[in-house]
Design a protein around this ligand. Structure first.
Ligand code: ADP
Length: 542
């Protein structure tokens, strides 16, 4: 027997109309490419999104058409999220940090019909515009009086002029809730980029999920700063969750250095900020160097890569900011787990609590999780046994967009490519990515553990651990590290730092100091590149 409740579809246009009705005056603040700080409210967002939806319709784009963006975090990008997805089109966010050929490849694979971009990315568009035959409109998102001249891009259009010419009357269609609304390609650290196609339903459910108290816990009393880009997994869903909860949003635009982020946190009274560890490291370096404090920030969501213990210590002990360590992927919308304490943990001493908070955390309702061994059999949740992490749920991918390959699912579960443990209380801890784990003498060594120890050394700025071939042990770990400025740390001193922190056989065989470690387009350590750079490296023989 079916229930007798209404079956109104879950649509992202519903989030926007709700925001317009119930918190129309909550602010959306953006640092712009123009250089200034722009302020408006949800009512303005809704008004301009309707104009934009009219534009997409009057251009003759069809429901299901992909609309590309190459843009920083800002209000115009948010308008595109809602106008594209809300009108039945698909807002396709593209990572501008990829190389231009890869960007063109992604645009062509997605068959984007239009491309909206921030002026910063004009040089990229100049390189690719004649290689993208499906794109009929190239639109610069900048004030009309700041349009660049002589760009070499025929018919280049201006966002503000286009919007001004449209009517603000638009009725959001009542779509099937499984209609696609957004799209993001994986960053390609593991091969060719693959398109992940979010639905209205998955996006709305994810927005509910991440707003919960044991997740990001955002409300109309917060001011949130998503430093994590809107071009990478929808800024972790913040633009949707903020509309759902009436949270004041502050977008950092192009200024992501420590000084700019700090100033924005202070000047806008940010209470919650979200980003990857590399961004927070820049912020912490700036604060340490200038002896600064936070006056309003009370929590920070850290994910996308493992949060080193030293970073939790810095935020919690030096700055009194709670760290919410989260795990997710492009394929999981992205939030899968987040670490907060349970009631029974509140009595534990700070060290024991930190151990829990360092894990990637408990699954959010909506994400089922298990670990399996090489034979596909489920492994125990004992906090020690590591296996391949599999997930499923209404905001987890079913298939990639036009990949030509069979669905990635195994018996309905998505293999994440991560190796993890799960403890008795349901806390998941990533020990490695499948391809990064170091296999030594039949045992696994976690590269993340070895990196965390290295960056806990006061003179190490950054570290990456990779496995290199060994005739006897198959692979052995070596550490590639960047010293802090002025440090004369030696290889032997750093290796000695590992004593008593891990088993002897897990201590790296060598340390190589470098000036810089390569990062991928989303700020993560690029181990593929590192392995390539070190392909002629030979382990020390003694
Ligand atoms: P890509 O797979 O292209 O690098 P994603 O941003 O989707 O792009 O990356 C997801 C991966 O990032 C996860 O599978 C995991 O390996 C890693 N990751 C995300 N969050 C964490 C975290 N908190 N700790 C450790 N690894 C993480």
């Amino acid at each position: 027997m079916l229930g007798l409740m209404q079956t109104q579809p879950l649509l992202i246009s519903g989030l926007l109309t709700f925001a317009e009705c119930h918190h129309s005056d909550a602010e959306i603040i953006s640092r712009r490419v123009e250089g200034d700080i722009h302020r408006y409210a949800y009512a303005d967002l809704a008004r301009r999104a309707r104009r934009l939806a009219n534009l997409l319709q009057n251009w003759g784009t069809e429901p299901g058409d992909r609309i590309g963006t190459l843009a920083w975090n800002g209000y115009r990008h948010m308008e595109l999220y809602y106008a594209g997805g809300g009108s039945g089109r698909v807002t396709h966010t593209i990572n501008p940090r990829l190389i231009p050929d890869q960007i063109a490849w992604i645009i062509n694979h997605a068959e984007d019909q239009a491309l909206f971009f921030d002026l910063t990315f004009l040089p990229i568009v100049q390189l690719i515009h004649d290689k993208c035959p499906t794109v009929k409109h190239w639109v610069v998102m900048i004030d009309a009086d700041r349009m660049p001249a002589d760009t070499g891009i025929p018919g280049l259009e201006n966002y503000e002029e286009l919007l001004a010419a449209q009517s603000g009357d638009y009725e959001w269609p009542e779509l099937d809730e499984n209609t696609a609304c957004g799209m993001c390609y994986t960053s390609g650290t593991t091969g060719r980029p693959k398109g992940v196609l979010y639905s209205n339903r998955s996006s709305v459910l994810h927005a509910y999920g991440i707003s919960l108290p044991d997740v990001i816990n955002i409300s109309s009393r917060d001011s949130i700063l998503p430093v994590v880009p809107m071009f990478h997994v929808n800024a972790w869903g913040v633009p949707y969750a903020a509309a759902l909860t009436g949270t004041r949003v502050v977008f950092p635009g192009p200024a992501l250095d420590g000084k700019s982020v700090y100033e924005l946190i202070e000047s806008e009274g940010i209470t919650c900020a979200a980003g990857v560890p590399t961004v927070w490291q820049m912020l912490l370096n700036h604060m340490d160097a200038n002896k600064l404090k936070f006056s309003t920030l009370n929590r920070t969501v850290i994910g996308g890569a493992a949060c080193p213990p030293a970073m939790i210590d810095a935020f919690e002990e030096r700055y009194d900011v709670r760290v919410l360590h989260a795990w997710g992927m492009t394929e999981t919308s992205p939030v899968g787990t987040l670490s907060t304490l349970k009631n029974k943990h509140l009595e534990l001493d700070p060290e024991a609590q930190k151990k829990i908070l360092l894990k990637q955390g408990r699954a959010v309702f909506g994400v089922d999780m298990k670990i399996v061994g090489g034979d596909g059999k489920e492994l125990p949740h004992d906090g020690r046994t590591a296996g391949s992490l599999m997930v499923k749920g209404p905001w987890v991918i079913e298939d990639y967009f036009r990949s030509g390959d069979p669905s990635p699912l195994v018996d309905g579960w998505f293999p994440t490519g991560d190796i993890a443990t799960i403890d008795e209380d349901g806390y998941m801890q990533i020990t490695d990515r499948t391809k990064d784990v170091i296999k030594s003498g039949g045992e696994w060594i976690s590269s993340i553990d070895l990196e965390n120890i290295a960056v806990a050394h006061p003179e190490v700025a950054e570290a990456a651990c990779i496995g290199v071939k060994h005739p006897k042990w198959d692979e052995r770990p070596i550490l590639v590290a960047v010293k802090k400025p002025g440090s004369d740390l030696t290889r032997e001193e750093l290796l000695a730092f590992y004593q008593d922190k891990v088993a002897k056989w897990q201590i790296p065989d060598d340390v190589i100091f470098v000036d810089e470690i390569p990062h991928g387009a989303t700020g993560k350590l690029l181990k593929i590149k590192l392995r390539d750079l070190l392909k002629d490296y030979r382990l020390p023989t003694t």
